[in-house]
Design a binder for this molecule. Structure first.
Ligand code: GLU
Length: 325
């Protein structure tokens, strides 16, 4: 069922284009509502477009029915997106072309290391294993019999960290050589990695503004790096605080955060407040979903976003909490 548009789609070519890109690993939950709400308000407030892309590139992690459940929940919550919903699982030819370009320019190479071999690699600043470069100059003779190959982007000599500007955090620099090493763009199981898919998709859709959870900020330098290698423009980035439970664990589908309630208004208002956005002063809070959207699109103010990558969500949206709602 197509919900009645709560927001009129923008006419003509937009100066701003945002997107929401959920992975269909479970239902929409409070954590993903925050990213959806922030990205949608940010694009609509500027008179721009807002797209939805289902990030099902990781086929084994995608759950049957999750994509349609997420889209149905978005509609019920009054979200209206522009254009067709893109699905990464239908776009592998584009990712293959991008990988070919990286390989042809010497920016990606095959890797035959096993997961186990990399378990002892040193940890980078963000807690990830830094690839030691074993296959960078060719798969070592001892590994040549191995059939399965991942493909890694070569991050170079580390002479210059990757820099980008986050609209909330300001200038960010990450030394990929020190913190990440050559990273996977196509997995040994043949699936393209999120990092490559998201860069191709954002560029191809003409996304100008990426607004998403701060947990993804750790990926941004990798994505900016790939954009530069592929000659794509770099969108502007805004990473919004991530909802965590009382013990600091992110509310996510993988921690079994519960689906959003059927009644959209309380959850929308809670998400709005979580994002540091005030309710109307001197007048009543929006009383319907349509009223909420009219108010939220006009009032959105990213400068009010709370600083810091995480914030504890209200007990009502923390499925493990037994506390009062
Ligand atoms: N698919 C990612 C997720 O659900 C979001 C990716 C992005 O916004 O870049 O967490």
């Amino acid at each position: 069922m197509i919900a009645k548009p709560a927001i009129a789609p923008a006419d003509g070519p937009p100066s701003r284009r945002g997107r929401f890109a959920p992975s269909p690993t479970g239902p929409l939950h409070f954590g993903s509502l925050l990213a959806a709400l922030a990205s949608c308000c940010d694009a609509r407030h500027a008179g721009g477009q807002w797209l939805v892309r289902i990030e099902d590139v990781d086929v084994p992690r995608s759950r049957p029915g999750a994509a349609s459940a997420i889209l149905a929940a978005l509609e019920r919550y009054g979200f209206v997106w522009d254009g067709p919903v893109l699905r990464q699982s239908e776009r592998t030819a584009l990712y293959a072309e991008a990988l070919d370009r990286l390989v042809a320019a010497g920016n990606a190479y095959p890797c035959a290391c096993t997961r186990r071999e990399l378990e002892s690699a040193p940890l980078g600043a963000g807690g990830e294993r830094v690839y030691p470069g074993t296959c960078r100059n060719g798969v070592p003779a001892a590994h040549r019999g191995r059939g399965q190959r991942a493909w890694r982007a070569a991050v170079g000599d580390g002479s210059s960290p990757v820099e980008y500007v986050d609209r909330l955090a300001g200038r960010v620099a990450q030394d990929l050589v020190r913190d990440v090493g050559d990273f996977v763009v196509k997995r040994a199981d043949g699936l393209f990695a999120y990092q490559l898919a998201v860069v191709v998709d954002d560029a191809q859709a003409g996304i100008t503004d990426v607004v998403r959870g701060a947990d993804l900020a750790a990926s941004t330098a990798r994505q900016v790096f790939l954009q530069r290698r592929l000659g794509f423009p770099t969108p502007s980035y805004l990473h919004v605080p991530v909802a965590v439970d009382a013990s600091g664990v992110k509310l996510s589908k993988s921690t079994h955060a519960c689906a959003l309630p059927d009644d959209p208004l309380p959850a929308l208002l809670a998400a709005w407040r979580f994002l540091g956005q005030p309710l109307p002063s001197g007048s009543a809070a929006p009383a319907s979903v349509a009223e909420f959207w009219a108010f939220a699109v006009a009032a959105w103010s990213p400068s009010r976003l709370p600083p810091g990558p995480t914030l504890v969500a209200a007990a009502a949206f923390d499925p493990r909490s037994t506390g009062p709602v």
